[in-house]
Every structure is written in C-alpha cells, then in structure tokens.
Design a protein around this ligand. Structure first.
Ligand SMILES: *[C@@H]1O[C@H](CO)[C@@H](O)[C@H](O)[C@H]1NC(C)=O
Ligand SMILES: *[C@@H]1O[C@H](CO)[C@@H](O)[C@H](O)[C@H]1NC(C)=O
Ligand SMILES: *[C@@H]1O[C@H](CO)[C@@H](O)[C@H](O)[C@H]1NC(C)=O
Length: 257
C-alpha cells in the first residue's frame, strides 16, 4: 500500500513538474533563442544606424555611438522581445499533454526525447524543431514590422531622435545649401522666425523621407539574413538555415527533463 502511494506520488510529481517544459525550461529556452537572435538583429541595427548617419546626419553633429540614432527601436526590442517570444512559443503552440485524450496513450518518444505530438514538452519542441524555429522567426519579424511601420510610436520616436541630431541650428554652411534660391538674394537678412519654423518642418520632412525606406527595410533584412523562403514554406525543414542554431538549441532544450 505504501509503495503504491509512493508510486502514485512519483507519477503525479513526474507528470506535473518534471516532464513538461514549464517554469525554468520556458524561461531559459526563450532566453536561449533570443540570445541567438541578438547576433543578426544587432548586425542589422548597426547597419541601418550607419546608413541613417551617412544619409541624414551632418558630420558636425554625429552621435558618439551610431546606435543612439535608433535608441527607441532598441528599447522597444529589448523591452518586448522576451514576453512576445515566450507567448508565441509556449502557450500559443507548445502546450498541453502528449497523451491522446481519448486513449491516454502517447506515441513512443514522448514526452522525451523526440515526440511527434505537439505538446508542452522538450521532446515535442525537438521533434517539431522547424516549427519552433519558424515561430521564433515570425515573432521577431512581427515585432520589427510593428516598430518600423510609419506612424507607429517607435517609428515616430526614431524620427524625433534622428531629428535631434540633424536639427541643430543652421550653420552658415547649411543656410547657403538648404535655403531656397529666392532667399539667397537676401543673405544680408537673418532667417525670419516664420521662415525658421518652415525650414525646420521642411527639414523634418526631408529626414522623414530618407528615414522611411531605411526603417521599413528592417524586417526584410532579417528575412534575408535568416534565409527565409516565404510563407508557403511554413515550418519546412530547409528554411531559415541561418537562424536555426539547431544543434545548440536542441542540446539545450533536452537538458530539461
Ligand atoms: C536557467 O537559467 C538560470 C539563469 O541563467 C540558470 O541559473 C539555470 O542554471 C538555468 N537552468 C538550466 C537547467 O540550465
Ligand atoms: C546561442 O545562445 C547561447 C546562449 O547564449 C550561446 O551559448 C550560443 O553560443 C549561441 N549560439 C550561437 C551560434 O550564437
Ligand atoms: C563649413 O564647412 C566646412 C567644410 O565643409 C567646415 O570646415 C566648416 O567648419 C563649416 N562651417 C561651419 C560654420 O559649420
């Protein structure tokens, strides 16, 4: 009797706690995947920061660190990527028991080390690795799409931030270059205040026009960097080879019972 009880306790303990990706497994696996994504993401962020600098920031007012131009984008990515990724992988896709609800039987390999049923265990994530990889990519890409869409809060904040670097008072050089031709004749006059407002608005439009295609290209740059093949290849084995990191990820996932 005692041993049956002990067995029951062991089984209950095992199926509730040990044999599912929960708690530390969820947190650590999410962080592991995001950590691998940080390489392509920061390569792209540095690339676009450099392009922004070259296109719109005059040499006299450049940032010490180029990433400063896109601080709002970095903050938004750093602030939101964890919860987005965790939600996308776990409750949204890998969750629940592996056993067939009617027969109570799980296929062999379940819950570990490689389980053909979609359920909330490390083995299921390993068997369905291409899907896991795709979910991770979609989550990162969706975040970038939202943050680089014209008119979004992050997009607007990046525009403002870049303007802070370009919006320094017109130097004598800049006035000669940027004031419309009809005003050249009046170089003896200082900029009229109304004109200055107009000038700054025009400048914001100019910067905006150059910024837009750069920011909007970010999601596609990630797709290219990762080897994304397109929506039709959803979860196929040969897509996203550059953002797969399969060996390390599988090994890491299987550290969790
Ligand atoms: C999960 O991550 C924490 C913090 O980094 C670490 O201390 C812990 O050992 C990790 N767990 C496993 C099983 O790797
Ligand atoms: C993936 O992330 C883990 C955890 O930070 C790290 O140990 C590993 O080297 C990374 N792999 C690659 C290929 O960047
Ligand atoms: C004007 O431009 C020249 C060269 O581009 C630069 O050396 C100079 O410092 C500029 N003058 C001002 C007032 O910015």
């Amino acid at each position: 009797m005692l041993s049956v009880l002990r067995l029951l306790i062991t089984i209950t303990f095992a199926s509730n706690i040990a044999l599912a990706c929960e708690g530390e497994c969820v947190v650590n696996v999410t962080k592991y995947i995001l950590s691998n994504y940080s390489t392509p993401i920061y390569n792209i962020f540095r690339e676009i920061a450099e392009e922004i600098e070259n296109l719109v920031v005059p040499p006299s007012s450049r940032a010490a660190d180029r990433l400063d131009y896109i601080t709002p984008l970095l903050s938004s990515y750093e602030g939101n990527s964890y919860s987005r990724m965790e939600t996308a992988i776990f409750p949204s896709y890998f969750h629940g028991k592996c056993e067939d609800p009617t027969t109570g039987i799980a296929p062999s390999g379940c819950p570990n080390p490689s389980c053909s049923v979609v359920c909330g265990t490390p083995g299921s994530m390993v068997y369905h690795f291409p899907k896991l990889r795709r979910i991770a990519f979609d989550s990162v890409r969706a975040m970038l799409l939202e943050n680089t869409r014209e008119g979004s809060d992050t997009y607007n904040s990046v525009h403002k931030t870049v303007m802070r670097f370009t919006g320094t008072r017109a130097t004598s050089n800049m006035t000669t270059r940027s004031i419309p031709r009809i005003f050249w004749a009046r170089k003896d006059l200082d900029l009229l205040p109304e004109f200055e407002d107009m000038y700054l608005m025009k400048r914001a439009d100019d910067v905006g026009a150059k910024l837009k295609p750069i920011l909007e290209s970010i999601p596609d740059r990630l797709a290219t960097a990762c080897g994304y093949v397109g929506p039709d290849e959803d979860g196929s084995t040969d897509e996203l080879q550059e953002c797969s990191w399969k060996t390390g990820t599988v090994e890491y996932i299987l550290r969790f019972p």
